[in-house]
Design a protein. Structure first.
Length: 191
């Protein structure tokens, strides 16, 4: 009997390859998902730092004192119209990319939306002015950066907490973020 010269793979060999690939996918997918989550959080933190730096530069360069809020605005008015209410818009200081979170969601705007708060206080006893900057960034999916605060002496970030609804305490608050109607929001900016 003449033996056929077979070229190809047997069913067993193909199944073995499929099983090995399935094991590799099972092991690698959670690591990739974890990496993507970490990358998104780090991007959110970087956006927060950029917003604080922009607000800090503006606040110091223009010689502001007291409390100033730097907010986000979705409208496309020119800078003079947009600043007529006394607020400073981060959109004017940064590129438009800050309007989106790294999770692909829009950042919340309005009176309970994202902001950087600059506040300087003067201590008459020490004759020192202390300026601190804090931030609240919240997107429409409930991802947030809260309680990013700068050190008054050197301007470096002393706290930057990345939060979501699972991080909130029993009373639905965390630093300067709280839940309203099931959505994370920043504190209301005073008018």
């Amino acid at each position: 009997m003449k033996k056929l010269n077979k070229k190809g793979f047997t069913l067993i060999e193909l199944l073995a390859v499929v099983v090995i690939l399935a094991i590799l996918v099972t092991v690698s997918v959670p690591a990739v998902v974890k990496y993507l989550g970490t990358a998104r959080r780090e991007t959110y933190a970087t956006n927060a730092l950029r917003a604080i730096d922009a607000a800090k530069n503006d606040y110091v360069n223009k010689g502001y004192t007291g409390v100033k809020y730097y907010t986000l605005d979705e409208t496309d008015h020119d800078a003079t119209e947009r600043n007529s209410d006394g607020r400073i818009y981060l959109n004017d200081l940064l590129d438009k990319k800050l309007n989106n979170s790294p999770y692909g969601e829009k950042l919340v705007t309005g009176s309970t939306g994202s902001y950087v708060k600059a506040e300087s206080t003067y201590d008459a006893a020490t004759r020192q002015t202390t300026t601190t900057f804090s931030i609240c960034l919240v997107d429409t999916a409930g991802n947030a950066v809260a309680a990013a605060t700068t050190n008054a002496s050197d301007g470096k970030i002393t706290a930057l907490n990345l939060i979501d609804e699972s991080t909130l305490s029993a009373d639905n608050t965390y630093a300067n973020v709280h839940v309203s109607s099931g959505v994370l929001v920043c504190p209301t900016i005073p008018e």
